[in-house]
Design a protein around this ligand. Structure first.
Ligand code: NDP
Length: 296
């Protein structure tokens, strides 16, 4: 029987744990604060920040939101960032990507106080992660690790193939999984658009992680019998539904599920974990800044 990994259930357990940590912080007079910054009015980004704000409200994090006009000069965004860096009630924040074309996203990331960089994208945090001394693990890779842990998948000695080498998913996940740590110790192959014979690399893996952005690129013929499949992809494809589209992953679920021992669905797999780990990083940021020990 193939196990369908329930990301909503695992995320809900993590959020319950966070509620306890938030109570501990409250006992010390500290309330974690998360701010979201949105430049422009991209509808998908708007939906993402709304969800993050709703998540905050549900677990007792003080959520604030800053809108910056999409046509404003970079300095206006920088001013908003400087204000958040200086605000002691904001323990963590993020600038929702993508930013408008006239903004240099890397410069934006460099301006964020690394102690408040709950996405874990600042070069200092990337460096710490690579060095094995992570302050904030980026939310999606951390969520994947937690899903594996909750499914009792041992990464030690496992052959893991990650398809996708992005800054936010593939690369940090590879770095985490090769760490000398209980949730690491894997042997990792990273694939990308120039990889030769992708199927050979996925077929030899005990764990396949797909983070590509190509609908159903990985099918059952590319999966070894009994492998664990984690599908990070979220792709809108046209469908005969009320909205006119449906969400599919980077994995062809039906054929892959026939081969896999465990697999994440889309939606309801990695997505809810990414959201939960942002809350986790916010609570961690608050605990570090307020110098209150909490169990995470
Ligand atoms: P990027 O576009 O930044 O990276 C995609 C990666 O896939 C690149 O490394 C690219 O290679 C590689 N790639 C593209 N086509 C192929 C191919 N045919 N064969 C092998 N590799 C290929 O994407 P992200 O990492 O940001 O996101 C990946 C997916 O995950 C998307 O669907 C996104 O929506 C989803 N996502 C979901 C999240 C969640 O919470 N569930 C969070 C973040 C992302 P190259 O480097 O050579 O271009």
């Amino acid at each position: 029987m193939t196990e369908i990994i329930d990301g909503n259930a695992v995320a809900s357990e993590i959020r319950d744990g966070l509620s306890e940590a938030i109570e501990t912080l409250a006992d010390e007079g500290a309330r974690p604060g998360l701010a979201t910054v949105l430049m422009g009015d991209d509808p998908a980004s708007q939906t993402y920040v709304n969800m993050k704000q709703r998540d905050c409200e549900e677990v007792g994090i003080e959520g604030t939101h800053v809108d910056v006009d999409g046509d404003a000069p970079a300095e206006e965004l920088y001013d908003a960032i400087d204000d958040l860096n200086a605000d002691p009630a904001v323990h963590g924040y993020l600038v929702q990507a993508p930013v408008p074309d006239h903004i240099d996203y890397r410069e934006v990331i460099r301006r964020i106080d690394p102690a408040k960089d709950v996405d874990g994208f600042h070069p200092e945090n990337v460096g710490r992660l690579v060095a094995g001394d992570a302050r904030f693990r980026p939310c999606t890779p951390h969520g994947v690790q937690k899903l594996l842990e909750a499914t009792a998948v041992d990464t030690e000695g496992a052959d893991v193939t990650i398809v996708g080498r992005s800054r936010i998913v593939g690369k940090p996940l590879a770095n985490l999984l090769i760490q000398k740590a209980d949730d690491g110790n894997a042997t990792v192959t990273i694939c990308h658009s120039r990889t030769d014979d992708l199927a050979a690399k996925t077929r030899r893996a005990d764990i396949v992680v797909a983070a590509v952005g190509v609908p159903e690129l990985i099918d059952g013929s590319m999966i070894d019998d009994g492998a664990v499949v984690i599908d990070v992809g979220v792709n809108r494809v046209e469908a005969d539904t009320e909205k006119g589209y449906e969400l599919v992953g980077d994995v062809e679920f039906e054929s892959a599920a026939e081969k896999a021992s465990a697999i994440t669905p889309v939606p309801g797999g990695v997505g809810p974990m990414t959201r939960a780990m942002l809350l986790y990083n916010t609570v961690k940021a608050a605990s570090l800044q307020e110098q209150v020990d909490v169990e995470l």
